[in-house]
Ligand binder design. Structure first.
Ligand code: GDP
Ligand code: GDP
Length: 496
């Protein structure tokens, strides 16, 4: 038998890391990705025992695959600790991380936590639900959209099902090669809106809050404690209607752009962009994003899901408020959840318009709302309303509701009120210990608006558990009456 020459390891190749709990199928995935004739598994000295490297070549591109899963969990103490180490390795060296979960089991708290950690580190994550061996397992995948990623890859590493889509996505997510750099589609399942991406202004605000805190009394602001009632009526609220093809977007746009509301002037502040449409309702100015695009689309052809997602994404990017239009007579689909995820990810107001109410018998309405609760449980803060572009009932309420939610979106809470709130919370419900050590929360500040973004100063940022963050967010929402807007909460290590 002829010996196969051993290829040289190319360290300049991009790295794709496999991360996940034990038994989710990391080594099966590793073998699948590296099983081409090209594959090599490095066994030379210097490669640590808890990593395995191999090469993969697909569609003319090569990348290295690292299986970080060789960590001995019993020696490490716990799965959580082991996964944290895997994540750290992946963060250190990977260009793309495949977070592999057991698609037959659904998400576990460890999966969620690792997801949040990777995302916070700004890593490109592809969420892979493995063990989807056949159509009967596919429904499990839909439940995972609660994490808010735009795409989940249901695959079977053992049988190869779903691998081409995953490989396509990996190639899209890899760093761009020189010659490709001219034009690339934005990578799918990439989290560009990582919540650590704070503006310069926001960072300056935090610094200021930090020094104010040192002096032990916050900026002296008087007035009402609740969300500030700044005069936002001069703002132009940018609204994007997004949703599946045929949900009724262009019909709604036509109603919203009724003659009595159309603005023909070009007052400063109203958009001049010919693809957007300025309108006026209840004394408030709005700009309907990409109206031309929405109208054109119906006449040409129906876009594929992927194109529809990209268009939605672009519109969301430019909007303050995203109205997710759903054809309620069809129920809530997976794509609706994915679009909702995009909106949450981008940190925009999400309004859910359950359209075609005229086609839904009254007795079905409750069921549809329950389905919505279930499938969009990751955006419990989103407001919903029923409407019908056909009868025009409820359509203008979209604008009223957008105005209301926008106020929360753009509001700032007084520092003094925030500090009082925080002292109460910390006393009433302190965070759980982190590795046996107490978590100290020093102070909180609102660093940004649109969406409201709060920064908590803490001794160990890793100690701010997901569930405690969620708790703080809910308390902020309740106490200060934020409606319809996502709230971001960042933990920041206290600087000396
Ligand atoms: P690791 O601990 O994450 O590296 O997981 P392994 O690759 O060792 O797989 C754990 C178990 O899951 C093994 O029994 C595999 O045969 C099984 N497994 C892996 N991939 C699949 C799959 O796609 N479908 C099914 N049904 N089982 C799988
Ligand atoms: P788009 O692809 O989301 O822009 O959807 P369209 O606005 O083109 O609507 C798709 C189809 O649904 C068209 O035939 C519309 O007439 C119909 N439609 C839209 N809204 C309603 C509604 O509220 N009730 C009913 N019965 N049909 C509607």
């Amino acid at each position: 038998m002829k010996a196969v020459p051993k290829p040289i390891v190319d360290y300049s190749l991009p790295v794709v890391a496999l991360v996940g709990r034990p038994n989710v199928g990391k080594s099966t995935m590793f073998n699948r990705l590296t099983s081409s004739h090209f594959a090599i598994v490095e066994d030379q000295p210097g490669v640590t025992r808890d990593r395995r490297y191999g090469n993969c070549e697909y569609d003319g591109r090569q990348f290295r695959v690292v299986d970080t899963g060789g960590i001995d969990f019993t020696a490490e103490g716990s799965i959580a600790v082991g996964m944290r180490r895997q994540a750290e390795m992946a963060i250190a060296e990977a260009d793309v991380v495949l977070l592999i979960v057991d698609g037959q089991h659904g998400l576990l708290p460890d999966d969620r936590e690792i997801f949040v950690k990777l995302r916070r580190a700004g890593k490109k994550i592809l969420l892979v639900a493995n063990k989807i061996d056949g159509p009967r397992h596919e429904s499990h995948v839909n439940d995972m959209y609660e994490l808010g990623c735009r795409e989940i890859f249901g695959v079977s590493a053992a049988h190869g099902r779903g691998m081409p889509d995953l490989l396509d996505a990996i190639l899209l997510a890899l760093p761009v090669e020189e010659e490709e750099a001219q034009h690339v589609e934005p990578p799918l399942a990439d989290f560009e809106h990582d919540d650590t991406a704070l503006s310069e202004d926001a960072l300056a605000a935090i610094e200021q809050a930090e020094s104010a805190h040192e002096e032990d009394d916050g900026p002296g602001d008087e007035g009402p404690d609740t969300v500030s009632e700044a005069d936002l009526s001069k703002d132009v609220i940018r609204i994007a209607l997004v949703g599946r093809p045929n949900a009724g977007k262009s019909s709604l746009v036509n109603t919203l752009c009724g003659e009595e509301r159309m603005l023909v002037d070009s007052t400063p502040g109203t958009t001049r962009d010919p693809i957007d449409t300025p309108i006026l309702h209840g004394g408030q100015r709005f700009s309907l994003i990409d109206t031309a695009g929405i109208r054109r689309r119906v006449r040409v052809h129906e876009p594929s899901d992927r194109i529809a997602m990209t268009m939605a994404e672009r519109a969301i990017e430019r909007a303050d408020v995203a109205v997710l239009v759903i054809d309620a007579s069809e129920g809530i689909g997976e794509m609706d959840a994915r679009i909702a995820g995009l909106v949450a990810d981008a940190g925009r107001v999400l309004l859910i318009a359950l359209n075609k109410r005229d086609l839904v018998p009254a007795a079905r309405m409750k069921e549809i709302e329950a389905e919505l609760d279930r499938k969009l449980q990751f955006v419990p803060w989103a407001h919903r309303m029923w409407c019908s572009a056909h009868t025009q009932k409820g359509v203008l309420k979209i604008l009223d509701e957008a105005t209301r939610c926008y106020r929360s979106f753009a509001s700032r809470v007084k520092t003094s009120a925030l500090n009082r709130f925080f002292a109460g919370i910390v006393e009433k419900h302190p965070p759980p210990l982190f590795q046996g050590k107490p978590i100290r929360l020093y102070y909180i500040t609102q660093a940004q608006t649109r969406p409201p973004t709060f920064v908590v100063s803490v001794n160990y940022t890793e100690g701010m558990h997901f569930s405690y963050r969620r708790y703080l967010q809910n308390q902020l929402r309740e106490t200060f009456g934020f409606v319809g807007t996502p709230i971001r909460l960042l933990a920041r290590a206290k600087t000396k």
